[in-house]
Design a protein around this ligand. Structure first.
Ligand code: ADP
Ligand code: MG
Ligand code: MG
Length: 536
């Protein structure tokens, strides 16, 4: 290994280990100093006063509203109950029954001193539902009623509180301009069609990310503007632990940058093919297939077809969980419409895509079939090891080759591959009425507890070595440089401005919370105590 590569790797490994407070700049408090509340008045006028957006969906917004409620005696139990209901969702199947009962006894039974009156009417139905199946959405009604209550008078009063003022201060920080100086840069991680991907770290918080840069001249030369904006906007919209998240979008003189969840564990192609005998152990196959399945379901719920499922695009994080990445070919379906378009990587293309038929989400389920096959067998279902058939030949193989299964495949594995690799999309698993649900309930996944998986409570079967850097050596990744003879003009500038929207609120707020900066800074009054006069 080359010295330069070693030096760069160890710098990256050190930064990763020091993620969190150690990675913060010594000036971090100054960087995150709250603006005076008088500077937030303009912002206050433009913020849409929507309860769900401000108090449920935005992570810091939710925290500030909770703090407000906890400090009001008449709202205290409401918010405690809400919190307990969220904790309930993270309990194992075994724990749910007793935990659910304790919630009922404490907050729902009318005899209890902490009873929340508006939900008392659900006591019997909750007990019954808990008896019947603790894994059901037992407290659905309670949650709705609680939100309904909180969104009225309490939400109105909250907007006059110091907690809401503080929320505005956070929002003002969130909206500060993002430039290359916001980040420290580490080594090159990979290369894409329009540019390079670099490891980076936010100076103020120490959070690690991957920065995907699109060279402006390359984008212009290949007319990639629409594609770049499409990828950025779709990434901004998704919110799943199984899809890479966008944290910032900004521009520099030469590039457009998307700052994404850092995935340090390498891609699945690497793990299937470069770690000894090709293929993966079955416990990893079940696990990755299930997480990809959840990611696809999330995208499909947002009417997004991914269209580029293949091992290279599935990345592992530090803990061994995967996320779908590279939404460059994804497309948003208009209400009830189909799309057409021959895109993707030929080896993984579904027959209806090859034949330029109309389709909706069916190619993604075909893609999952290819992926499961390849994880088990160590080679793609339609291409032998080392083979590089011509594209016309490849098309024929995909449309007609009979699938062969070695003895690595169990009965269920054969069955799910056959069902997902059904050539007629109408007969394919995942494409009938209930979509992804029918995939989840296939016997292949019987060992997977999807509820716990979605709550992030399942331990990954393989954890990447934190001291390893799972990507090519820096000198083996071709460099990207600006193309000569391409000049950027006003119209380009308008597109860049549309792309460079700065921090993505949900991601930015999670970053502040996850790195501990929120806790350390969110103090009130002198010496961090609460000011004596809470009610105004
Ligand atoms: P393109 O759309 O141009 O193909 P990709 O999104 O696939 O670009 O990124 C190119 C390469 O950069 C990937 O193959 C991978 O090696 C690396 N990469 C991309 N996203 C991340 C990430 N979030 N974390 C770590 N590495 C990444
Ligand atoms: Mg790619
Ligand atoms: Mg792409």
């Amino acid at each position: 290994m080359d010295i330069d590569n070693m030096v760069q790797n160890s710098a990256l490994v050190r930064a990763r280990e020091g993620g969190g407070s150690k990675g913060r700049s010594w000036k971090w408090r100054e960087m995150l100093r709250f603006p005076h509340i008088s500077e937030c008045r303009e912002l206050a006028k433009t913020i849409e006063r929507d309860y769900y957006d401000l108090c449920v969906n935005q992570p810091i917004g939710k925290k500030m509203f909770q703090l407000y409620c906890v400090n009001r005696p008449e709202l205290h139990d409401h918010i405690m109950l809400m919190d307990a209901l969220e904790t309930f969702e993270t309990k194992t199947d075994k724990e749910r029954k007793s935990f659910g009962l304790s919630i009922i006894q404490r907050f729902i039974q009318s005899q209890s001193s902490q009873c929340v009156p508006s939900v008392a009417k659900y006591e019997q139905s909750c007990i019954k539902s808990l008896e019947l199946d603790p894994c059901d959405d037992v407290f659905h009604n309670c949650k709705e009623v609680l939100h309904e209550y909180l969104s009225q008078e309490p939400f109105t009063q909250y907007q006059f509180s110091m907690h809401f003022d503080r929320f505005l201060q956070w929002k003002k920080l969130e909206r500060r301009p993002v430039t290359k100086h916001t980040f420290r840069e580490y080594r090159l991680l990979g290369k894409g069609g329009f540019g390079e991907v670099w490891a980076c770290q936010v100076r103020a918080t120490g959070m690690m990310y991957a920065c995907k840069k699109l060279e402006k001249t390359h984008v212009k030369k290949w007319q990639g503007e629409h594609m770049a904006l499409n990828e950025k906007e779709l990434l901004e919209e998704v919110d799943s632990r199984f899809v890479v998240n966008l944290a910032y979008a900004y521009e520099t003189k030469h590039s457009l940058c998307m700052v994404l969840t850092m995935m340090s564990g390498g891609d699945l192609r690497f793990h299937i093919h470069n770690m000894g005998k090709p293929g993966l152990d079955m416990d990893r196959v079940y696990f990755y297939a299930a997480e990809v399945c959840c990611g696809l379901i999330h995208l499909h719920q947002k009417s997004i077809v991914y269209r580029d499922l293949k091992p290279e695009n599935i990345l592992l994080d530090d803990n061994g969980h995967i996320r779908i990445s590279d939404l460059g070919l994804a497309v948003k379906l208009d209400e009830g419409c189909l799309v057409q378009g021959r895109v993707g990587t030929l080896y993984y293309m579904a027959p209806e895509v090859i034949s330029k038929e109309n389709y909706d989400t069916s190619p993604d389920w075909w893609g999952l079939g290819c992926l499961i096959y390849e994880m088990i067998e160590g080679q793609s279902p339609f291409r032998g090891r080392g083979e590089r058939p011509k594209s016309s030949e490849m098309e024929k193989i995909i449309k007609s080759k009979k699938l062969e299964y070695s003895d690595r495949f169990s009965k269920e594995a054969i069955d799910i591959c056959n069902a997902l690799l059904m050539r007629d999309p109408k007969r394919r698993l995942g494409c009938q009425g209930s979509g992804g649900k029918e995939v989840k309930s296939h016997p292949f996944f019987r060992k997977i507890n999807f509820r716990m998986l979605e709550a992030g409570r399942v331990e990954a079967p393989f954890k990447p070595d934190p001291r390893l850097v799972y990507c090519d050596d820096v000198q083996d990744i071709d460099e990207f440089s600006a193309l000569k003879g391409i000049t950027l003009n006003q119209t380009d500038g308008e597109f860049y401005a549309k792309f460079s929207t700065g921090s993505v609120p949900r991601s930015w707020q999670n970053e502040l919370i996850d790195t501990g900066c929120f806790e350390e800074l969110n103090l009130f009054g002198p010496m961090g105590s609460r000011p004596p006069d809470l009610d105004w």
